[in-house]
Design a protein around this ligand. Sequence first.
Ligand code: FAD
Length: 472
Amino acid sequence: MIRLETDYLVIGAGASGMAFTDALVASCDAEVLLADRRHRPGGHWNDAYPFVRLHVPSACYGVNSTPLGTDRIDRDGPNAGWYELAGAAEICDYFVRVLDDVLLPTGQVRFLGMHDHVPGSGGGHRLVSRLTGRAVEVTVRRKVVDASYLEAQVPATHVPSFSVSPEVRFVAVNELVDLREPASRYVVLGAGKTSIDACLWLLAQGVAPQRLRWVRPRDMWLLDRAGWQPLEQVVSLMEGLSLELEALAGARSVEDLFRRLEAGGRLLRIDPSVAPTMFRCATVSSTELGQLRQVSDVVRLGRVLRIDRERLVLEGGSVPTDADAVHVDCTAAGLRSAPARPIFDGDRITLQQVRSCSPTFNAALIGYLEATRPGDEDAKNLLCPPNPLPDAAEDWLPTFATSMAAARAWTAEPDLSEWIEASRLNIFRGVLHHAAEPRMMQALERFGLHVKAGMTRLAELSGQAVPTRPGT
Ligand SMILES: Cc1cc2nc3c(=O)[nH]c(=O)nc-3n(C[C@H](O)[C@H](O)[C@H](O)COP(=O)(O)OP(=O)(O)OC[C@H]3O[C@@H](n4cnc5c(N)ncnc54)[C@H](O)[C@@H]3O)c2cc1C
Protein backbone atom coordinates (compact mmCIF):
# COMPACT_ATOMS: atom_id res chain seq x y z
CA MET A 1 0.00 0.00 0.00
CA ILE A 2 1.32 3.42 -0.98
CA ARG A 3 0.31 6.46 1.07
CA LEU A 4 0.13 10.02 -0.27
CA GLU A 5 -0.86 13.30 1.33
CA THR A 6 -2.27 16.30 -0.47
CA ASP A 7 -4.22 19.49 0.20
CA TYR A 8 -6.76 18.83 -2.56
CA LEU A 9 -7.67 15.57 -4.22
CA VAL A 10 -9.33 16.35 -7.54
CA ILE A 11 -11.28 13.37 -8.90
CA GLY A 12 -11.46 13.70 -12.66
CA ALA A 13 -8.99 15.41 -15.00
CA GLY A 14 -11.57 16.35 -17.62
CA ALA A 15 -11.98 19.95 -18.71
CA SER A 16 -13.62 20.82 -15.37
CA GLY A 17 -10.97 19.26 -13.10
CA MET A 18 -8.22 20.86 -15.18
CA ALA A 19 -9.82 24.33 -15.19
CA PHE A 20 -10.40 24.15 -11.41
CA THR A 21 -6.82 23.05 -10.67
CA ASP A 22 -5.30 25.63 -12.99
CA ALA A 23 -7.20 28.50 -11.33
CA LEU A 24 -6.59 27.20 -7.80
CA VAL A 25 -2.82 26.86 -8.07
CA ALA A 26 -2.57 30.21 -9.87
CA SER A 27 -3.92 31.94 -6.74
CA CYS A 28 -2.57 29.90 -3.79
CA ASP A 29 0.25 27.54 -2.92
CA ALA A 30 -1.90 24.48 -2.21
CA GLU A 31 -0.85 21.01 -3.37
CA VAL A 32 -3.19 19.11 -5.67
CA LEU A 33 -3.37 15.45 -6.56
CA LEU A 34 -5.28 15.17 -9.83
CA ALA A 35 -6.56 11.65 -10.46
CA ASP A 36 -8.37 10.09 -13.39
CA ARG A 37 -9.23 6.64 -14.59
CA ARG A 38 -8.22 7.70 -18.08
CA HIS A 39 -4.53 7.74 -19.01
CA ARG A 40 -4.35 11.46 -19.67
CA PRO A 41 -6.32 14.63 -19.02
CA GLY A 42 -9.15 15.85 -21.25
CA GLY A 43 -11.98 13.61 -20.01
CA HIS A 44 -14.58 12.66 -22.57
CA TRP A 45 -12.75 14.46 -25.38
CA ASN A 46 -10.37 11.45 -25.40
CA ASP A 47 -13.25 9.27 -26.64
CA ALA A 48 -14.96 11.82 -28.86
CA TYR A 49 -16.04 11.08 -32.41
CA PRO A 50 -13.39 12.24 -34.89
CA PHE A 51 -15.37 15.06 -36.50
CA VAL A 52 -16.62 16.68 -33.27
CA ARG A 53 -15.83 20.33 -32.69
CA LEU A 54 -16.55 22.71 -29.89
CA HIS A 55 -19.78 24.54 -30.54
CA VAL A 56 -18.69 27.63 -28.62
CA PRO A 57 -15.42 29.37 -29.53
CA SER A 58 -12.05 27.96 -28.46
CA ALA A 59 -11.24 31.51 -27.35
CA CYS A 60 -13.18 30.93 -24.12
CA TYR A 61 -12.71 27.19 -23.56
CA GLY A 62 -10.13 25.24 -21.56
CA VAL A 63 -8.15 26.59 -18.60
CA ASN A 64 -7.60 30.17 -17.60
CA SER A 65 -3.81 30.28 -17.90
CA THR A 66 -3.41 28.98 -21.43
CA PRO A 67 -5.03 30.00 -24.73
CA LEU A 68 -6.64 27.34 -26.88
CA GLY A 69 -6.16 28.11 -30.56
CA THR A 70 -5.25 31.50 -31.95
CA ASP A 71 -8.52 33.44 -31.70
CA ARG A 72 -8.83 33.15 -35.47
CA ILE A 73 -12.08 33.98 -37.19
CA ASP A 74 -13.02 31.23 -39.64
CA ARG A 75 -13.20 32.43 -43.24
CA ASP A 76 -14.74 29.35 -44.83
CA GLY A 77 -17.12 26.55 -44.01
CA PRO A 78 -20.23 26.45 -41.87
CA ASN A 79 -18.63 28.56 -39.11
CA ALA A 80 -17.48 31.32 -41.47
CA GLY A 81 -17.46 34.72 -39.80
CA TRP A 82 -17.21 33.33 -36.27
CA TYR A 83 -14.36 32.49 -33.89
CA GLU A 84 -12.63 29.15 -34.46
CA LEU A 85 -13.87 25.92 -32.89
CA ALA A 86 -11.29 23.33 -31.81
CA GLY A 87 -11.69 19.66 -32.65
CA ALA A 88 -11.18 16.76 -30.25
CA ALA A 89 -7.53 16.07 -31.13
CA GLU A 90 -6.60 19.71 -30.60
CA ILE A 91 -8.47 19.79 -27.28
CA CYS A 92 -6.77 16.63 -26.02
CA ASP A 93 -3.31 17.90 -27.05
CA TYR A 94 -4.11 21.18 -25.34
CA PHE A 95 -4.93 19.55 -22.01
CA VAL A 96 -1.75 17.43 -22.14
CA ARG A 97 0.24 20.60 -22.81
CA VAL A 98 -1.45 22.38 -19.92
CA LEU A 99 -0.60 19.50 -17.59
CA ASP A 100 3.01 19.09 -18.76
CA ASP A 101 3.97 22.71 -19.35
CA VAL A 102 1.87 24.62 -16.82
CA LEU A 103 0.55 22.53 -13.94
CA LEU A 104 3.30 19.99 -13.24
CA PRO A 105 6.12 22.58 -13.39
CA THR A 106 4.48 24.54 -10.55
CA GLY A 107 5.56 21.74 -8.23
CA GLN A 108 2.10 21.97 -6.66
CA VAL A 109 0.33 19.43 -8.90
CA ARG A 110 0.74 15.67 -9.28
CA PHE A 111 -1.21 13.62 -11.83
CA LEU A 112 -2.22 10.02 -11.34
CA GLY A 113 -3.77 8.57 -14.50
CA MET A 114 -5.28 5.09 -14.93
CA HIS A 115 -6.51 5.18 -11.34
CA ASP A 116 -10.08 4.71 -10.14
CA HIS A 117 -11.14 6.69 -7.14
CA VAL A 118 -12.93 4.53 -4.59
CA PRO A 119 -14.00 5.77 -1.16
CA GLY A 120 -11.51 4.37 1.35
CA SER A 121 -12.15 3.18 4.92
CA GLY A 122 -13.23 5.71 7.58
CA GLY A 123 -13.92 8.52 5.11
CA GLY A 124 -10.48 8.16 3.51
CA HIS A 125 -9.75 8.00 -0.18
CA ARG A 126 -8.21 5.29 -2.25
CA LEU A 127 -6.97 5.35 -5.83
CA VAL A 128 -6.63 1.96 -7.44
CA SER A 129 -4.48 1.41 -10.50
CA ARG A 130 -6.35 -0.06 -13.44
CA LEU A 131 -3.15 -1.72 -14.59
CA THR A 132 -1.62 -3.20 -11.46
CA GLY A 133 -4.43 -3.14 -8.93
CA ARG A 134 -2.08 -1.32 -6.60
CA ALA A 135 -3.94 0.92 -4.14
CA VAL A 136 -2.83 4.38 -3.13
CA GLU A 137 -4.27 5.57 0.17
CA VAL A 138 -4.70 9.35 0.07
CA THR A 139 -4.84 11.59 3.11
CA VAL A 140 -6.54 14.82 2.16
CA ARG A 141 -5.53 17.79 4.28
CA ARG A 142 -8.13 20.21 2.92
CA LYS A 143 -10.75 19.07 0.43
CA VAL A 144 -11.85 16.51 -2.06
CA VAL A 145 -13.01 18.02 -5.33
CA ASP A 146 -15.53 15.96 -7.24
CA ALA A 147 -14.92 16.85 -10.88
CA SER A 148 -16.87 13.81 -12.04
CA TYR A 149 -20.36 14.69 -10.79
CA LEU A 150 -21.49 15.82 -14.26
CA GLU A 151 -19.36 13.24 -16.05
CA ALA A 152 -20.27 13.13 -19.72
CA GLN A 153 -21.68 10.01 -21.31
CA VAL A 154 -20.37 9.72 -24.86
CA PRO A 155 -21.24 7.33 -27.70
CA ALA A 156 -17.94 5.44 -27.60
CA THR A 157 -18.35 4.42 -23.97
CA HIS A 158 -22.09 4.09 -23.51
CA VAL A 159 -24.28 1.05 -24.00
CA PRO A 160 -27.48 1.76 -25.97
CA SER A 161 -30.70 1.27 -24.04
CA PHE A 162 -32.26 -0.76 -26.90
CA SER A 163 -31.50 -4.09 -28.51
CA VAL A 164 -30.19 -4.51 -32.03
CA SER A 165 -30.59 -7.61 -34.14
CA PRO A 166 -27.22 -9.02 -35.27
CA GLU A 167 -28.09 -8.63 -38.99
CA VAL A 168 -28.56 -4.86 -38.59
CA ARG A 169 -25.79 -2.48 -39.67
CA PHE A 170 -25.36 -0.48 -36.47
CA VAL A 171 -22.45 1.82 -35.59
CA ALA A 172 -21.57 4.24 -32.83
CA VAL A 173 -21.14 7.71 -34.32
CA ASN A 174 -17.35 7.31 -33.81
CA GLU A 175 -17.36 4.41 -36.28
CA LEU A 176 -18.89 6.34 -39.18
CA VAL A 177 -15.41 7.21 -40.42
CA ASP A 178 -14.51 3.49 -40.58
CA LEU A 179 -17.33 2.49 -42.93
CA ARG A 180 -16.17 0.76 -46.11
CA GLU A 181 -19.45 -0.08 -47.88
CA PRO A 182 -22.02 2.53 -48.92
CA ALA A 183 -25.42 2.34 -47.25
CA SER A 184 -28.90 2.45 -48.78
CA ARG A 185 -29.63 5.12 -46.20
CA TYR A 186 -28.24 6.47 -42.93
CA VAL A 187 -30.59 6.34 -39.97
CA VAL A 188 -29.38 8.79 -37.34
CA LEU A 189 -30.70 7.91 -33.88
CA GLY A 190 -30.84 10.70 -31.30
CA ALA A 191 -32.06 14.24 -30.78
CA GLY A 192 -29.05 16.05 -29.36
CA LYS A 193 -25.89 17.80 -30.49
CA THR A 194 -24.23 14.52 -31.52
CA SER A 195 -27.05 13.68 -33.93
CA ILE A 196 -26.77 17.18 -35.38
CA ASP A 197 -23.04 16.65 -35.90
CA ALA A 198 -23.66 13.25 -37.51
CA CYS A 199 -26.20 14.69 -39.98
CA LEU A 200 -23.96 17.65 -40.84
CA TRP A 201 -20.95 15.41 -41.35
CA LEU A 202 -22.82 12.97 -43.58
CA LEU A 203 -24.18 15.85 -45.68
CA ALA A 204 -20.69 17.35 -45.92
CA GLN A 205 -19.41 13.99 -47.20
CA GLY A 206 -21.87 14.16 -50.08
CA VAL A 207 -24.65 11.93 -48.73
CA ALA A 208 -27.88 13.24 -50.29
CA PRO A 209 -30.40 14.57 -47.75
CA GLN A 210 -32.95 12.07 -49.14
CA ARG A 211 -30.72 9.25 -47.93
CA LEU A 212 -30.81 10.50 -44.36
CA ARG A 213 -33.48 9.52 -41.86
CA TRP A 214 -33.38 11.26 -38.50
CA VAL A 215 -35.03 9.50 -35.56
CA ARG A 216 -35.68 12.42 -33.22
CA PRO A 217 -37.71 11.65 -30.10
CA ARG A 218 -37.68 15.34 -29.17
CA ASP A 219 -37.07 18.57 -31.02
CA MET A 220 -34.60 20.99 -29.55
CA TRP A 221 -34.33 24.74 -29.14
CA LEU A 222 -30.93 25.78 -30.45
CA LEU A 223 -28.79 28.83 -29.85
CA ASP A 224 -27.63 30.88 -32.82
CA ARG A 225 -23.83 30.81 -32.70
CA ALA A 226 -23.81 34.34 -34.11
CA GLY A 227 -25.07 35.51 -30.72
CA TRP A 228 -22.36 33.72 -28.70
CA GLN A 229 -19.17 35.35 -29.89
CA PRO A 230 -16.42 36.76 -27.62
CA LEU A 231 -13.62 39.32 -28.01
CA GLU A 232 -14.12 41.69 -30.95
CA GLN A 233 -17.67 40.35 -31.45
CA VAL A 234 -18.66 40.49 -27.79
CA VAL A 235 -21.41 42.96 -28.67
CA SER A 236 -23.33 39.92 -29.94
CA LEU A 237 -23.64 38.71 -26.35
CA MET A 238 -24.90 41.98 -24.94
CA GLU A 239 -27.35 42.33 -27.80
CA GLY A 240 -28.55 38.82 -27.09
CA LEU A 241 -28.87 39.33 -23.36
CA SER A 242 -30.75 42.58 -23.78
CA LEU A 243 -33.11 40.94 -26.30
CA GLU A 244 -33.74 38.13 -23.84
CA LEU A 245 -34.65 40.61 -21.11
CA GLU A 246 -36.89 42.52 -23.49
CA ALA A 247 -38.61 39.26 -24.46
CA LEU A 248 -39.07 38.38 -20.80
CA ALA A 249 -40.40 41.80 -19.88
CA GLY A 250 -43.14 41.56 -22.51
CA ALA A 251 -43.93 37.84 -22.26
CA ARG A 252 -47.57 36.99 -21.49
CA SER A 253 -46.81 33.30 -20.92
CA VAL A 254 -43.94 30.84 -21.21
CA GLU A 255 -45.16 29.97 -24.70
CA ASP A 256 -45.21 33.64 -25.63
CA LEU A 257 -41.68 34.00 -24.21
CA PHE A 258 -40.36 31.30 -26.53
CA ARG A 259 -42.17 32.96 -29.44
CA ARG A 260 -40.45 36.23 -28.61
CA LEU A 261 -37.05 34.62 -28.11
CA GLU A 262 -37.38 32.99 -31.50
CA ALA A 263 -38.59 36.18 -33.17
CA GLY A 264 -35.56 38.01 -31.70
CA GLY A 265 -33.22 35.35 -33.10
CA ARG A 266 -32.16 34.09 -29.66
CA LEU A 267 -33.59 30.60 -30.12
CA LEU A 268 -33.76 28.61 -33.32
CA ARG A 269 -35.53 25.42 -34.28
CA ILE A 270 -34.96 23.09 -37.15
CA ASP A 271 -38.62 22.56 -38.02
CA PRO A 272 -40.77 25.68 -37.57
CA SER A 273 -43.92 23.52 -37.47
CA VAL A 274 -42.87 21.53 -34.40
CA ALA A 275 -42.72 22.94 -30.86
CA PRO A 276 -39.37 21.96 -29.30
CA THR A 277 -39.51 20.37 -25.85
CA MET A 278 -35.77 20.26 -25.25
CA PHE A 279 -33.03 22.83 -24.57
CA ARG A 280 -29.42 21.82 -23.93
CA CYS A 281 -27.39 24.91 -24.91
CA ALA A 282 -26.40 23.50 -28.31
CA THR A 283 -25.41 26.14 -30.85
CA VAL A 284 -25.59 26.11 -34.64
CA SER A 285 -24.73 28.62 -37.33
CA SER A 286 -27.36 29.72 -39.82
CA THR A 287 -25.54 27.73 -42.53
CA GLU A 288 -25.74 24.59 -40.41
CA LEU A 289 -29.40 25.21 -39.68
CA GLY A 290 -30.11 25.46 -43.41
CA GLN A 291 -28.33 22.15 -43.99
CA LEU A 292 -30.21 20.41 -41.19
CA ARG A 293 -33.51 21.59 -42.64
CA GLN A 294 -32.76 19.62 -45.80
CA VAL A 295 -33.32 16.40 -43.85
CA SER A 296 -37.05 15.90 -44.27
CA ASP A 297 -37.38 12.23 -43.28
CA VAL A 298 -37.79 12.77 -39.53
CA VAL A 299 -39.28 10.02 -37.36
CA ARG A 300 -41.01 11.36 -34.25
CA LEU A 301 -42.30 8.22 -32.57
CA GLY A 302 -40.42 8.46 -29.29
CA ARG A 303 -37.32 6.56 -28.26
CA VAL A 304 -35.99 3.49 -30.00
CA LEU A 305 -37.00 0.21 -28.31
CA ARG A 306 -35.27 -2.22 -30.68
CA ILE A 307 -33.96 -2.53 -34.18
CA ASP A 308 -34.99 -5.65 -36.05
CA ARG A 309 -33.71 -6.65 -39.47
CA GLU A 310 -36.63 -4.99 -41.24
CA ARG A 311 -38.24 -2.75 -38.62
CA LEU A 312 -37.23 0.00 -36.32
CA VAL A 313 -39.46 -0.31 -33.25
CA LEU A 314 -40.08 2.85 -31.23
CA GLU A 315 -42.21 3.82 -28.23
CA GLY A 316 -44.95 5.21 -30.47
CA GLY A 317 -44.94 2.74 -33.39
CA SER A 318 -42.53 1.32 -35.93
CA VAL A 319 -41.07 2.16 -39.33
CA PRO A 320 -39.49 -0.11 -41.94
CA THR A 321 -35.74 -0.36 -42.24
CA ASP A 322 -33.47 -2.65 -44.23
CA ALA A 323 -30.26 -4.60 -43.99
CA ASP A 324 -28.36 -2.10 -46.14
CA ALA A 325 -29.22 0.88 -43.98
CA VAL A 326 -26.59 2.02 -41.50
CA HIS A 327 -28.03 2.96 -38.10
CA VAL A 328 -25.92 5.56 -36.31
CA ASP A 329 -26.07 5.61 -32.53
CA CYS A 330 -26.13 9.18 -31.22
CA THR A 331 -28.21 8.39 -28.14
CA ALA A 332 -25.58 8.89 -25.40
CA ALA A 333 -26.74 11.46 -22.88
CA GLY A 334 -23.78 13.88 -22.97
CA LEU A 335 -23.22 15.81 -19.76
CA ARG A 336 -25.37 14.57 -16.88
CA SER A 337 -28.31 16.72 -15.73
CA ALA A 338 -27.67 15.86 -12.10
CA PRO A 339 -29.61 17.47 -9.22
CA ALA A 340 -28.08 20.59 -7.70
CA ARG A 341 -25.88 20.19 -4.61
CA PRO A 342 -24.08 22.86 -2.62
CA ILE A 343 -20.83 23.44 -4.47
CA PHE A 344 -18.87 24.12 -1.27
CA ASP A 345 -19.91 21.61 1.35
CA GLY A 346 -17.53 21.04 4.27
CA ASP A 347 -14.51 19.10 3.06
CA ARG A 348 -16.05 18.49 -0.40
CA ILE A 349 -16.36 20.66 -3.47
CA THR A 350 -18.70 19.41 -6.19
CA LEU A 351 -18.02 21.12 -9.52
CA GLN A 352 -21.23 22.17 -11.25
CA GLN A 353 -22.61 24.83 -13.55
CA VAL A 354 -23.07 28.36 -12.21
CA ARG A 355 -23.27 30.52 -15.33
CA SER A 356 -25.18 28.51 -17.90
CA CYS A 357 -23.38 26.76 -20.72
CA SER A 358 -19.90 27.70 -19.50
CA PRO A 359 -18.42 24.58 -17.86
CA THR A 360 -14.76 25.55 -17.85
CA PHE A 361 -15.41 29.16 -16.79
CA ASN A 362 -17.43 27.82 -13.84
CA ALA A 363 -14.79 25.34 -12.75
CA ALA A 364 -12.10 28.03 -12.86
CA LEU A 365 -14.33 30.45 -10.96
CA ILE A 366 -14.82 27.85 -8.22
CA GLY A 367 -11.05 27.27 -8.12
CA TYR A 368 -10.36 30.98 -7.78
CA LEU A 369 -12.92 31.37 -4.97
CA GLU A 370 -11.52 28.39 -3.11
CA ALA A 371 -8.00 29.80 -3.35
CA THR A 372 -8.93 33.29 -2.24
CA ARG A 373 -11.64 32.62 0.38
CA PRO A 374 -10.37 29.53 2.21
CA GLY A 375 -12.82 29.38 5.10
CA ASP A 376 -15.76 31.37 3.90
CA GLU A 377 -18.17 28.64 2.80
CA ASP A 378 -21.45 30.57 2.98
CA ALA A 379 -20.03 33.50 1.05
CA LYS A 380 -18.64 31.18 -1.61
CA ASN A 381 -21.95 29.37 -1.98
CA LEU A 382 -23.76 32.70 -2.41
CA LEU A 383 -21.38 33.50 -5.24
CA CYS A 384 -21.80 30.04 -6.75
CA PRO A 385 -25.44 28.94 -6.81
CA PRO A 386 -25.52 25.54 -8.52
CA ASN A 387 -27.33 25.74 -11.84
CA PRO A 388 -28.37 22.29 -13.11
CA LEU A 389 -27.82 21.71 -16.80
CA PRO A 390 -30.97 22.40 -18.77
CA ASP A 391 -32.75 19.56 -20.48
CA ALA A 392 -36.45 20.44 -21.01
CA ALA A 393 -37.34 23.60 -22.95
CA GLU A 394 -38.74 25.33 -19.86
CA ASP A 395 -35.39 24.81 -18.07
CA TRP A 396 -34.32 27.87 -20.04
CA LEU A 397 -36.04 29.96 -17.33
CA PRO A 398 -34.31 28.75 -14.12
CA THR A 399 -31.01 28.42 -15.98
CA PHE A 400 -31.23 32.06 -17.04
CA ALA A 401 -32.42 33.19 -13.60
CA THR A 402 -29.56 31.51 -11.75
CA SER A 403 -26.96 32.82 -14.20
CA MET A 404 -28.27 36.36 -13.73
CA ALA A 405 -28.40 36.04 -9.94
CA ALA A 406 -24.82 34.81 -9.82
CA ALA A 407 -23.57 37.55 -12.14
CA ARG A 408 -25.24 40.13 -9.93
CA ALA A 409 -23.62 38.70 -6.80
CA TRP A 410 -20.17 38.79 -8.44
CA THR A 411 -20.35 42.54 -9.05
CA ALA A 412 -20.23 43.21 -5.28
CA GLU A 413 -16.77 41.58 -4.97
CA PRO A 414 -14.07 43.82 -6.46
CA ASP A 415 -11.30 41.20 -6.64
CA LEU A 416 -13.67 38.67 -8.19
CA SER A 417 -14.97 41.18 -10.72
CA GLU A 418 -11.38 41.93 -11.68
CA TRP A 419 -10.57 38.22 -12.01
CA ILE A 420 -13.67 37.61 -14.12
CA GLU A 421 -12.96 40.56 -16.39
CA ALA A 422 -9.42 39.28 -16.98
CA SER A 423 -10.39 35.64 -17.42
CA ARG A 424 -10.03 34.28 -20.96
CA LEU A 425 -12.83 31.82 -20.11
CA ASN A 426 -15.30 34.63 -19.54
CA ILE A 427 -17.14 34.97 -22.83
CA PHE A 428 -18.44 38.41 -21.71
CA ARG A 429 -14.96 39.84 -21.13
CA GLY A 430 -14.33 43.19 -22.75
CA VAL A 431 -17.91 44.47 -22.87
CA LEU A 432 -16.94 47.77 -21.29
CA HIS A 433 -14.02 48.28 -23.71
CA HIS A 434 -16.61 48.45 -26.48
CA ALA A 435 -19.07 50.59 -24.51
CA ALA A 436 -18.63 53.62 -26.78
CA GLU A 437 -19.49 51.72 -29.97
CA PRO A 438 -22.99 52.42 -31.32
CA ARG A 439 -24.19 48.78 -31.33
CA MET A 440 -22.92 48.23 -27.80
CA MET A 441 -24.45 51.50 -26.60
CA GLN A 442 -27.78 50.41 -27.99
CA ALA A 443 -27.50 46.97 -26.37
CA LEU A 444 -26.55 48.43 -22.98
CA GLU A 445 -29.43 50.87 -23.21
CA ARG A 446 -31.89 48.07 -24.00
CA PHE A 447 -30.44 46.05 -21.14
CA GLY A 448 -30.96 48.93 -18.70
CA LEU A 449 -34.48 49.49 -19.95
CA HIS A 450 -35.65 45.89 -19.53
CA VAL A 451 -33.59 44.27 -16.79
CA LYS A 452 -35.90 45.04 -13.89
CA ALA A 453 -39.18 44.21 -15.61
CA GLY A 454 -37.60 41.20 -17.30
CA MET A 455 -36.36 39.69 -14.04
CA THR A 456 -39.68 40.35 -12.31
CA ARG A 457 -41.57 38.67 -15.13
CA LEU A 458 -39.10 35.80 -15.10
CA ALA A 459 -39.91 35.16 -11.44
CA GLU A 460 -43.64 35.23 -12.20
CA LEU A 461 -43.32 32.92 -15.18
CA SER A 462 -41.15 30.49 -13.25
CA GLY A 463 -43.78 30.37 -10.54
CA GLN A 464 -41.04 30.84 -8.03
CA ALA A 465 -38.79 33.52 -6.66
CA VAL A 466 -35.77 34.14 -8.81
CA PRO A 467 -32.73 33.78 -6.56
CA THR A 468 -31.08 37.08 -5.79
CA ARG A 469 -28.26 38.12 -3.54
CA PRO A 470 -29.54 39.27 -0.16
CA GLY A 471 -30.17 43.00 -0.26
CA THR A 472 -30.56 43.22 -4.04
C1 FAD B 1 -19.99 16.23 -28.05
C2 FAD B 1 -19.80 17.29 -27.00
C3 FAD B 1 -19.49 18.60 -27.37
C4 FAD B 1 -19.33 19.59 -26.41
N1 FAD B 1 -19.01 20.86 -26.80
C5 FAD B 1 -18.84 21.82 -25.85
C6 FAD B 1 -18.48 23.17 -26.21
O1 FAD B 1 -18.37 23.52 -27.36
N2 FAD B 1 -18.31 24.08 -25.24
C7 FAD B 1 -18.46 23.75 -23.94
O2 FAD B 1 -18.28 24.61 -23.08
N3 FAD B 1 -18.79 22.51 -23.57
C8 FAD B 1 -18.98 21.54 -24.49
N4 FAD B 1 -19.35 20.29 -24.12
C9 FAD B 1 -19.56 20.04 -22.72
C10 FAD B 1 -18.32 19.35 -22.19
O3 FAD B 1 -18.73 18.14 -21.73
C11 FAD B 1 -17.62 20.16 -21.17
O4 FAD B 1 -17.09 21.28 -21.82
C12 FAD B 1 -16.46 19.45 -20.50
O5 FAD B 1 -15.64 18.79 -21.42
C13 FAD B 1 -16.92 18.52 -19.43
O6 FAD B 1 -15.80 18.14 -18.72
P1 FAD B 1 -15.89 17.44 -17.35
O7 FAD B 1 -14.52 17.45 -16.79
O8 FAD B 1 -16.95 18.07 -16.52
O9 FAD B 1 -16.40 15.96 -17.66
P2 FAD B 1 -15.65 14.73 -18.33
O10 FAD B 1 -14.98 15.12 -19.58
O11 FAD B 1 -16.67 13.64 -18.41
O12 FAD B 1 -14.51 14.33 -17.29
C14 FAD B 1 -14.78 13.65 -16.10
C15 FAD B 1 -13.54 12.82 -15.80
O13 FAD B 1 -13.71 12.20 -14.52
C16 FAD B 1 -13.13 10.91 -14.59
N5 FAD B 1 -13.72 10.10 -13.53
C17 FAD B 1 -15.04 9.93 -13.25
N6 FAD B 1 -15.21 9.13 -12.20
C18 FAD B 1 -13.97 8.77 -11.79
C19 FAD B 1 -13.48 7.94 -10.73
N7 FAD B 1 -14.29 7.32 -9.88
N8 FAD B 1 -12.14 7.78 -10.60
C20 FAD B 1 -11.29 8.40 -11.45
N9 FAD B 1 -11.70 9.20 -12.46
C21 FAD B 1 -13.02 9.39 -12.62
C22 FAD B 1 -13.46 10.43 -15.99
O14 FAD B 1 -12.56 9.43 -16.43
C23 FAD B 1 -13.30 11.72 -16.81
O15 FAD B 1 -12.03 11.84 -17.40
C24 FAD B 1 -19.49 19.27 -25.05
C25 FAD B 1 -19.81 17.96 -24.68
C26 FAD B 1 -19.97 16.97 -25.63
C27 FAD B 1 -20.32 15.56 -25.18
